[in-house]
Design a protein around this ligand. Structure first.
Ligand code: URA
Length: 185
């Protein structure tokens, strides 16, 4: 299956109640051949309006973080755990995450990233239900031949300025990993 075909399935999905309140689904965006894939939580208001992930305030900070390690949005692929905005930006519910998971699995199969960076606890817990983000952030994990780097959600720094440094440090871990992979090629 191609990404376009999958995106159109997601755009027309009615599998959970989140479709009722959405303006549009937000399948994901970026480089379909990316070696690095980021997985956030769920679209917010701006994402729901524009149909693209991380275009609001958290997205601005994510762009800064990417820039800090020499990357741009066009170099990576960005998706979310659930593809439709939960009303009032509430947390996605376990049954919504479960219903949406096959789409994320297909995205991973199509893109075949070498590294997955999870943004926040929801996407991290998809791979490692037992991990706590406060302990696992910035520590490289492996699962099913995939390298997974749990990162804090960029929105965390919007409410707590001192978090910025932690984010920047964790992104350096990602950079070191990417540089190592490049040298192995
Ligand atoms: N937060 C997310 O987790 N995803 C988005 O797309 C935007 C904000």
């Amino acid at each position: 299956m191609h990404l376009e075909e999958l995106n159109s399935k997601i755009a027309n999905c009615h599998k959970c109640f989140l479709h009722k309140d959405r303006t549009q689904a937000v399948p994901g965006s970026g480089n379909s051949k990316a070696e690095i894939m980021f997985i956030g939580e769920a679209p917010g208001k701006s994402e729901d309006e524009q149909g693209k992930p991380f275009v609001g305030a958290a997205g601005k900070f994510l762009n800064e973080l990417l820039q800090s390690i020499g990357l741009e949005r066009k170099d990576v692929y960005i998706a979310n755990t659930v593809k439709c905005r939960p009303p009032d930006n509430r947390d996605p519910r376990p049954e919504e995450i479960k219903t949406c998971l096959p789409y994320l699995k297909k995205q991973i199969l199509i893109i075949q990233p070498k590294v997955i960076a999870t943004l926040g606890r929801f996407s991290m817990n998809l791979f490692f239900p037992e991990l706590k983000i406060s302990q696992a952030h910035g520590k490289i994990q492996t699962k099913n031949n995939l390298c997974i780097v749990p990162l804090y959600h960029p929105a965390a720094a919007l409410y707590n300025g001192s978090q910025r440094e932690v984010h920047l440090r964790d992104f350096q871990v990602l950079k070191t990993l990417i540089d190592k992979m490049k040298n192995k090629k």
